[in-house]
Write a protein that binds this ligand. Structure first.
Ligand code: UDX
Length: 438
């Protein structure tokens, strides 16, 4: 099938490559001419494992093309909208970019064509899309929503083997478009759920918010474990053995970050208020994350004999999670800022996100290696679960530190190895884990 995809960001590029790999021809449009030029040359502006290689293969096979021309060619059967919906001042996702693109596509495409909105929408999104289409009611292309459930760092794998695909039609008349999109996904052999767009949009929001809820729950348990001498990993593993609960997303850490979870955890509370729905549970999830991050900063302060003022802290990992250079709402940066606010000098290090981190926080100092960040530090805080940190040479690093604290918020390090180097290992939720006698 001939596809036209608007928005060459992380969701758009992964989706374009995913459909190209299924044998479709995808032309990707973006208004950023520089980005389009580098994509034409096979250069991907984001760090996503496997994406650049896959994109180059699809370019070479002529299944992928890039353009700054916003008008879909006459052969285009389906247009996929992947433009951003940032959070607005009112706390809701802003749909103006999506609406502008959909309005143009409604004018450009014939009635037997399909517009697929893959951007994340607020709950009122389907109403707005319906209003755009209303002008051309009978003659307009079908409009469907198809939210993405692709996690960064494993986005191509998530596209190729999704646990489910959600397709929502705006009105019963759009159902034919949902069927056309379902046919595209059929080779993936995933459960396909076709339903009305309002349910699908709420489902997508609920999905991310539920993941946030699980993490926030795990983080409060971790602090409870610290206070009582329990090991939160035993608790999470135990909980996970109950199939009604499940183990996924119960890893405590420095809080949930990224472009989706924090904004959507906050947005659902605003949505509930907008709809006059009393939802006390939904309204605390985002706050719980912020409280947790403040508590982590306080913990580091408590663990340092001379406090944070004038302390040098190495923060290992700046990306919001491993395997990405994305620092949007990165817990590492939030904790780093919290430490600085209490008088510490922070030097961060990330295997791939030093540049994006400095872009997001110009006051952040970064080092080009973990050893350089750790040199002369009073404490090391592990904030992102990069594998690289597990194999650091702790005995050698210990000799370069001024202090002895290693605070591992991700439980990425081997406590025995760090303690064996003469350092004071403290793992979040792991305070009760005794050191193995040497
Ligand atoms: C998320 C959703 O998972 C994906 O389905 C959606 O479409 C886009 O948003 P992503 O933002 O890439 O994906 O990150 P995700 O892997 O969900 O992690 C979000 C945050 O939660 C990260 O900061 C991560 O470190 C944290 N996390 C995740 C935990 O702290 N503990 C866990 O057990 C899992």
């Amino acid at each position: 099938m001939e596809l036209f995809l608007v928005g060459a960001g992380y969701v758009g590029l992964t989706t374009a490559v995913g459909f190209a790999q299924l044998g479709h021809r995808v032309t990707v449009h973006d208004i950023d001419a520089g980005r389009i030029e580098s994509l034409k040359a096979g250069r991907v502006p984001i760090f996503e494992p496997g994406l650049e290689e896959a994109l180059r293969r699809e370019l070479a096979a002529h299944r992928l093309a890039f353009t700054t021309d916003p008008t879909p060619g006459a052969a285009v059967e389906m247009a996929v909208v992947c433009v951003p919906t940032p959070i607005g001042r009112d706390g809701l996702l802003v749909t103006s970019a999506v609406e502008a693109v959909v309005a143009r596509l409604v004018a450009d495409l014939g009635p037997d064509r399909t517009i697929v909105v893959r951007s994340t929408l607020p709950l009122g999104g389907p109403d707005r899309l319906e209003a755009i289409g209303a002008g051309r009611a009978a003659a307009r292309p079908a409009i469907v929503v198809n939210p993405e459930f692709m996690a960064e760092g494993r986005a191509l794998a998530d596209f190729a083997a999704p646990p489910r695909v959600a397709i929502g039609y705006l009105t019963p008349a759009d159902r034919a478009g949902a069927d056309r999109l379902a046919a595209l996904y059929a080779p993936l052999n995933a459960p396909l759920i076709l339903a009305d767009a309002r349910s699908v949009v709420l489902w997508k929001l609920a999905s991310n918010v539920f993941l946030s809820l699980k993490i926030a729950f795990a983080n409060e348990l971790a602090r409870l474990a610290d206070a009582t001498g329990a090991d939160v990993t035993v608790v999470a593993d135990g909980l996970g053995l109950d199939p009604r609960i499940g183990r996924a997303f119960l890893n405590s850490g420095p809080g949930f970050g990224g472009s989706c979870l924090p904004e959507q955890a906050a947005a659902i509370a605003v949505e509930a208020a907008r709809c006059d729905v009393e939802a006390p549970l939904l309204s605390v999830i985002a706050t719980a994350n912020t409280t947790h991050q403040e508590q982590l900063v306080s913990t580091v302060e408590r663990l340092l004999p001379a406090g944070l003022r004038k302390a040098k802290i190495a923060v290992l990992g700046l990306a919001f999670k491993a395997n990405t250079d994305d620092v949007r709402h990165s817990p590492a940066l939030i904790v780093a800022r919290g430490l600085r606010a209490r008088g510490a000098r922070v030097v961060g290090y990330d295997p791939v996100a030093n540049g994006t981190a400095r872009g997001a926080d110009p006051e952040l100092e970064t080092a080009s290696t973990a050893a350089e960040a750790i040199d002369g530090s009073d404490a090391v805080v592990v904030a992102t679960e990069w594998q690289e940190f597990a194999s650091l040479d702790w005995p050698a690093l210990a000799t370069t530190m001024r202090g002895d604290l290693v605070y591992d918020t991700r439980r990425t390090l081997a406590p025995d190895v760090v303690r064996g180097a003469g350092l004071r290992y403290v793992g979040l939720g792991r305070a009760g884990v005794p050191a193995t006698p040497r």
